[in-house]
Design a protein around this ligand. Structure first.
Ligand SMILES: [Zn+2]
Length: 342
């Protein structure tokens, strides 16, 4: 089985994002939110069958761990109440996709975060998504201000209520920022990769893994700058007398393969042990074009991994067994959802 651990519902029916715009406009005007739009099962089916499902089939992957559109989370917009209503609507839609296509999609939750609001307000939504929807993870935004970095670092006890919940449910968090509202950043070009790198560095210099030995984080987009600068981080850990970086991080930190060229994948696989790499493409997402150098989509990441000089056993870890290990509930939910599909 080939499990893509990083996909977003970027093709949701138009009225879903339309409602979000109306909700934020109403909030600005001090008015109540409009009623949620009607979205039919057929509209959802069409958006997936012609989108992510089609790409899965074309590329020979089996299952996508699926979450709401990341740039659409917009935790810097509105307030805690608008974030709560929006996260609830987005997660419900993911649950509907997973119910309609139980063999192909398993859910991950976006959280109702809001800049400078304690992440304690996310706990109820985590319980709901794990308990009612069978979701297997969350996306945690280390910068709900959208590029102004106004919240404490991930090392701070501010985040511990979320970590306690992750440990309780045995669910990992993907560290994933949303859209940038700071014009210095391009959302998917610099803000995403910066979020990945910042998140890793904050956790590296923290006691989070001493306090939560079983907790797991996925750093998306190939780990941002981390694998390329592994020597720098090793040296920083050594200078700070934190011990070996591999001992410090590799029980708890995993890197996905959303790297859109072969040399980048080669470097990732050379620097990071196969046990810590999870297959992912982030399709249909940030980069949708075809690479003229290869004639294939940039985000067709399976092609790069197929070409890596790794053993079949190592590739099996990257494509399947690491995901089952990192997402502790995944194997059970695969069985439950497959039973529903029969
Ligand atoms: Zn993403």
């Amino acid at each position: 089985m080939i499990i893509d651990c990083h996909g977003h519902y970027t093709t949701a029916p138009r009225q879903h994002e339309g409602w979000r715009s109306e909700q934020i406009e109403a909030h600005k005007a001090g008015k109540p939110s409009p009623p949620r739009p009607r979205i039919t099962d057929d509209e959802i089916r069409e958006s997936i069958a012609n989108g992510q499902l089609k790409v899965q089939r074309e590329r020979g992957t089996d299952l996508t761990i699926f979450s709401p559109r990341a740039a659409g989370m917009g935790h810097h917009l509105g307030d805690a109440a608008t974030s709560e209503a929006w996260a609830s609507a987005c997660n419900e839609l993911i649950h509907r996709v997973c119910s309609l296509f139980p063999k192909n999609f398993i859910g991950v939750a976006m959280l109702p975060q809001s800049a400078r609001v304690s992440p304690r307000n996310c706990l109820r939504e985590i319980d709901r998504c794990v308990g009612e929807y069978g979701f297997v993870g969350v996306n945690l935004n280390p910068d709900p201000s959208g590029g102004h970095w106004q919240d404490p670092p991930l090392s701070d006890r501010y985040w511990y209520p979320v970590y306690e919940k992750m440990a309780e449910h045995d669910i990992p968090a993907m560290i994933h920022v949303s859209a940038a509202c700071n014009p210095a950043y391009h959302t998917t070009g610099s803000h995403y990769l910066n979020g990945d790198t910042v998140g890793f560095n904050q956790l590296m210099t923290s006691s989070v893994f001493k306090d939560f030995p079983t907790i797991k984080f996925v750093i998306p987009h190939g780990g941002g700058a981390v694998p390329y600068h592994w020597g720098r981080f090793r040296g920083l850990a050594q200078d700070a007398k934190l011990g070996l970086l591999s001992d410090l991080m590799l029980n708890n930190i995993f890197f996905d393969t959303c790297v859109y060229h072969l040399p980048g994948q080669e470097l990732l696989a050379k620097v990071i042990p196969a046990e810590n790499i999870l297959f992912a493409s982030e399709m249909i997402g940030a980069v949708r074009g075809i690479d003229p150098e290869t004639g294939h989509h940039y985000d067709d990441t399976k092609r790069y991994i197929d070409q890596l000089p790794l053993s079949a056993e190592e590739k099996g870890k990257i494509f399947e067994s690491n995901a089952r290990r990192v997402y502790g509930r995944l194997s059970r939910i695969i069985e439950e959802q497959s039973a529903k599909a029969i």
